[in-house]
Design a protein around this ligand. Structure first.
Ligand code: 9D3
Length: 244
């Protein structure tokens, strides 16, 4: 996969991309990430990328001529042949399904905005998709693009060490993950649950499944709604929830 990122702050990406899974995937040739400074396509000697909003109001708007020139030169085609994803607070909220879909692309172009955002013609005639990472205000699209890249790269075959971790237990399974424990089995007054130290694989699996259900019911009942639960599990869960 090739990912092109257009931003006025390319240096913001270096730290996160030079560590972790993303770095491993880049080093392994599974993905290449190309950072482009939008300012390089500015038309004047002051390298202006933003301007005042028509009609007045606070803040500045990213200029369409500069953003189109930058994006089109990166696509080296007419726009809209490849996914051009705008990171914007008004986009659809990023979730697991979208991440999986995005990971199927040979190429992604990510456009990071700053100031109050982009001229509307960028939204209308350049972006093929608009994505937000949640309902809170960031200072720009860069951190959102990093989140998206991290999540997408994990789904490129071979990016993770063990193939089974790619299953993304938590969200692919639709449940939150059971708690994890490691040594020592006794720490202060808190011991590891009996089932986990039993050595009985079936008992471990049952305990984990029930903890998955319980944690999900308590913290994310919305996830539980669309899930298959056996009558026995449902009964156990009702009992636990009554006791909390
Ligand atoms: C007061 C109106 N604001 C819209 C909510 C203006 C505004 C705030 C912050 C415009 C742009 C931004 C910068 N944020 C992003 O570019 C952004 C973002 C976000 O703020 N939250 C969640 N996801 C994203 S993706 C890009």
């Amino acid at each position: 996969m090739r990912i092109d990122i257009l931003t006025i702050f390319p240096d913001m990406f270096r730290g996160p991309f030079d560590e972790s899974i993303v770095k491993r995937a880049v080093d392994g040739g599974l993905v290449s990430i190309h950072l482009h400074d939008i300012r390089q396509w500015a038309k004047d000697r002051h390298k202006t990328v933003d301007d005042y909003p028509f009609g007045g109001g606070p803040g500045m708007v990213m200029k369409p001529d500069v953003v189109f020139a930058a994006t089109e030169s990166v696509l080296d085609l007419a726009p809209q042949r490849e996914p051009v994803i705008l990171l914007t607070p008004a986009g659809r909220r990023l979730a697991h399904d979208t991440v999986v879909d995005l990971a199927r692309n040979e190429r992604l172009v990510l456009l990071c905005g700053h100031y109050e955002g982009f001229d509307a013609r960028v939204h209308e005639h350049l972006a093929t998709d608009e994505i937000s990472i949640g309902d809170y205000v960031l200072s720009g699209g860069e951190l959102a693009a990093m989140v998206l890249v991290d999540a997408v790269v994990r789904h490129i075959p071979g990016a993770l060490g063990s193939p089974q971790s790619a299953a993304e237990e938590s969200f692919a399974g639709g449940l939150l993950e059971a708690p994890h424990y490691t040594r020592p089995p006794e720490f202060r007054d808190w011991s590891v649950p009996e089932a986990l130290v039993s050595g009985n694989h079936q008992e471990v699996a049952k305990w984990r499944r029930r903890q998955n259900l319980l944690l999900t019911a308590r913290r994310r009942p919305d996830l539980l709604a669309s899930l298959e639960v056996t009558a026995e599990e449902r009964e156990w869960l009702a009992l636990q929830m009554g006791e909390q």
